[in-house]
Design a protein around this ligand. Structure first.
Ligand code: MG
Ligand code: MG
Length: 260
């Protein structure tokens, strides 16, 4: 069941997603060698609560923290820990927040200090593929057009697309219909209509597309332990095209010329 949103509901979703955007901006200030992933989690939780919102992932399906933090070969759903970020790591930070009953959800993969050029290139392509997908999110297209565009863009550059996890509708629940795969065939899947709100979140691997789930019951990592990147925006379809509700502006203000 796909819930179409009113303009008013879309504005409430924007509010939640902008809190997430600013939270990721706060986290960006702390992403450096020597910082634990648990510290990033603490920064995020404090900031979200200071805004009168609540962390969206804490307790969601039993998840134990505010952020999903996934380092290097970890794709998504990593649990914050005492792991100390090291020079050359990449770290995907996925954040959710709820305010007035509406959800925000956005993710960004950061470089920790100097990162190998080939890993930076993976991040750049993954981020670009997110916008390539968003461009296809227009009224009259289908969800498969979005996934197909992301898949083609990444595979042409020698990367692979994770199949096990997808983007999703977003609203009063963090995960609503439809599923939004980062792969697929043009002209297939649900029709995109005004009032739809969903997250597009390419998870792109440097090696093979295969992933495994760790024994912690959460962390998804690449089977070959090669790096994986993840970027996510929440969008609304308004006036026939995508309006991005989340933002990387706060992150990139902090990163400056170190932005991918
Ligand atoms: Mg997310
Ligand atoms: Mg999501």
């Amino acid at each position: 069941m796909i819930y179409l949103k009113t303009e008013e509901q879309i504005e409430q979703l924007r509010e939640a997603n902008l809190i997430v955007a600013r939270t990721l901006g706060e986290v960006a200030k702390w992403v450096k060698p020597g910082v634990t992933t648990l510290k990033l989690d603490q920064i995020a939780e404090e900031y979200i609560r200071s805004q009168g919102a609540v962390p969206g992932f804490l307790g969601l399906y039993g998840f134990p923290n505010t952020l999903c933090i996934s380092v290097n070969e970890n794709v998504v759903h990593g649990i914050p820990s005492n792991y100390v970020l090291a020079e050359g790591d990449i770290v995907s930070v996925d954040c959710g927040a709820v305010i007035n009953g509406f959800n925000g959800d956005s993710a960004y993969t950061f470089c920790v200090g100097e990162v190998a050029p080939e890993v930076k290139a993976l991040l750049k392509t993954t981020k670009e593929s997110l916008y390539v997908g968003i461009e296809k999110a227009i009224e009259g297209n289908r969800i498969g057009d979005v996934g197909n565009a992301i898949q083609e863009y990444c595979e042409k550059r020698g990367y692979t697309v994770v199949r096990e996890l997808t983007g999703h509708g977003i609203g009063k629940k963090c995960h609503e219909d439809p599923e939004v795969p980062n792969y697929g065939r043009r002209g297939t899947g649900p029709l995109i209509k005004n009032g739809m709100t969903f997250c597009i979140e390419p998870m792109i691997n440097m090696g093979s597309k295969n992933v495994v789930f760790e024994r912690d019951g959460w962390t998804c990592r690449t089977r070959d332990r090669k790096p994986s990147a993840h970027f996510e925006h929440a969008i609304a379809i308004r006036n026939g095209k995508a309006d991005i509700l989340s933002s990387f502006e706060y992150i990139e203000e902090v990163l400056g010329d170190k932005s991918i």
